[in-house]
Design a protein around this ligand. Structure first.
Ligand code: ATP
Ligand code: ZN
Length: 519
């Protein structure tokens, strides 16, 4: 073959960083070691004359207090120093006001892409939709896409002016337009939509598999994804490799001619895909999920089990580590120190708070009721993001429960209006973020209707007025709750959920869980 028609491309990728700029207590992952690995991979590829592209499947924000408190500044700046070429905008990029996202775009020296987010006012793309790269004689188009679930699970206070459009039609027409205008050699979608095996997306919005199957074959050469936070490793067509572990081989998914790749989460792995393009035909030569200092439990010769590194130790890049250490220290300082005490575990595990009433939910609601002098209060279970262990409680513990910085709001309801509202919110089923957690309220439902409501132990009087506390997320329609912000009698305070819970521990420690046990 004519050698001029042979090109090589190495794609490096991560996704769902979620505030993990720093390594964990065990020394796993972290951006400094990630940089060492990526520098090495890039140098190897470039030495062989391969084009290299480094992509992220989004959700840089939210998950670690040290990062959240600094609006992911270390994460975006760290990505810039590592040399990311582009990222998809994830749903968690909307956890802060849009002004913060603008700021994050400034911290990033690479584009935040999404082709399917439309500014409702202008009808135009709210973000850069795609970017064309010219690398080693290859023209590569990268299109960004964001899950339409963002409209459902994102913060309505911040995303109200945005429309999240179905990605399939947009991708098809955009790919055609790009093809006509630029004739790219390779077309990639970098997405934050989730990989759902065999397109079984369940209650989620359709993800990467549906996208690949819905497009004409070869519209996209590959999808570099995120959101479902798994290593996408397959054993057979439409069957995931349940036995995948750090260090083992990983075969990415392929649907309708399109490769689909995802590197689990938190920078635990760097995905590396080596392609050869010959006379327009793209072949995957090698794929690996390379662990970043992950430990595995290994059985020793004496039968005992010891954690061992799954890969050869990757020494963190010294300069990046120094750069990030300042942020880590600054963040840690803000959250250090005990603020209170609790005598037993306060339950906030995702498998509990989305299914049943828990003591932590009651503590949270009580803390919010205290801020506004409410008769009772509510919160959706999905808004509780972690448990609090028995013993000393730190500000860090509070921030893990409440990473979103919602404000405390309240509404003074007429009994009848309140009844109608409760009719809706008490109907949300378990196993969803919307599942209602409540305090100083009890009710009965029969045949899909609300039949009895008690507030603070007394039957609801439809002629009386009641004050209900609720956070700004649910009040503005988050989790499908009826929108309250335009009601007469609705008031928003400046106090955040984090501040309210912190104050509660300072003022009420030692907190006795028995007082908050659901009956
Ligand atoms: P991803 O999979 O992208 O990481 P996620 O983990 O947030 O998203 P879920 O675990 O399904 O996705 O959580 C979604 C739930 O989180 C929502 O149903 C809602 O209850 C809660 N939630 C999301 N954003 C907020 C917010 N700003 N304030 C309060 N609760 C929120
Ligand atoms: Zn996500």
């Amino acid at each position: 073959a004519d050698t001029a028609d042979i090109h090589y491309l190495t794609i490096l990728h991560t996704n769902d960083n979620h505030g993990r700029f720093w390594h964990n207590e065990k020394g796993e992952y972290g951006m400094a070691a990630r940089k060492t690995l990526i520098d090495q991979l890039r140098a190897d590829a470039q030495q062989q004359g391969h084009a290299v592209l480094l992509l992220s499947g989004g959700d840089i924000n939210t998950g670690i207090p040290e990062s959240d408190l600094q609006f992911a500044e270390p994460d975006f700046k760290g990505m810039s120093l590592i040399g990311y070429d582009a990222m998809a905008i994830g749903n968690h990029e909307f956890d802060n006001p849009l002004s913060i996202l603008k700021q994050q775009q400034q911290w990033a020296n690479f584009p935040l892409l999404s082709a399917n987010i439309i500014d409702k006012k202008t009808g135009k793309n709210a973000f850069q939709a795609y970017k064309i790269f010219n690398k080693q004689g290859l023209k590569i188009a990268v299109i960004g896409l964001t899950t339409t679930d963002t409209a459902k699970i994102g913060n309505p206070q911040y995303i109200g002016g945005l429309e999240f459009q179905e990605p399939v039609a947009i991708t098809q027409s955009l790919a055609e337009k790009i093809k006509a205008q630029y004739q790219p050699d390779i077309t990639i979608a970098v997405t934050h939509m989730g990989h759902y095996v065999n397109a079984n997306y369940g209650i989620n919005a359709p993800g990467d598999v549906t996208l690949a199957r819905s497009l004409p074959a070869h519209t996209l050469d590959m999808i570099i994804g995120g959101h479902s936070q798994e290593p996408v490793c397959m054993v057979a067509e439409n069957v995931t490799d349940e036995n995948f572990k750090p260090g083992l081989a990983c075969k990415p998914d392929q649907q309708n001619g399109t490769w689909i790749m995802q590197a689990h989460e938190w920078g635990k792995y760097v995905g590396k895909a080596e392609f050869k393009q010959e006379n327009g035909v793209l072949t995957l030569l090698d794929y690996k999920l390379l662990p970043v200092n992950l430990y595995l439990d290994k059985t020793q010769t004496d039968g005992s089990i010891k954690p061992e590194l799954a890969n050869e130790y990757i020494k963190p890049d010294a300069a990046l580590k120094t750069f990030l250490a300042d942020y880590q220290a600054k963040g840690a300082k803000q959250i250090a120190g005990e603020i209170g005490y609790v005598d037993a575990k306060l339950e906030g595990d995702r498998n509990k708070v989305r299914y049943q009433q828990t003591n932590l939910a009651r503590v949270i609601v009580q803390a919010q009721m205290n801020v506004v002098g409410a008769d009772f209060g509510i919160i959706s279970g999905g808004g509780i993001r972690d448990s609090i262990a028995a013993g000393e409680v730190s500000y860090k513990d509070i921030l893990k429960v409440h990473p979103f910085k919602n404000r405390i709001t309240y509404i003074d309801w007429q009994g009848q209006e309140l009844w109608d509202y409760l009719e809706t919110v008490t109907s949300f089923p378990p196993n969803s973020g919307a599942y209602l957690q409540y305090h100083k309220l009890s009710f009965e439902r029969n045949d899909n209707a609300l039949t009895k409501v008690m507030i603070n132990g007394k039957a609801l009087d439809k002629s009386k007025t009641y004050r209900m506390s609720i956070n700004s997320y649910n009040a503005s329609g988050g989790d499908g709750y009826p929108v309250l912000i335009n009601y007469k009698g609705f008031i928003s305070t400046d106090e955040t959920d984090t501040q309210a819970l912190k104050r509660f521990f300072i003022e009420n420690s030692p907190v006795k869980t028995i007082e908050f046990a659901p009956k």
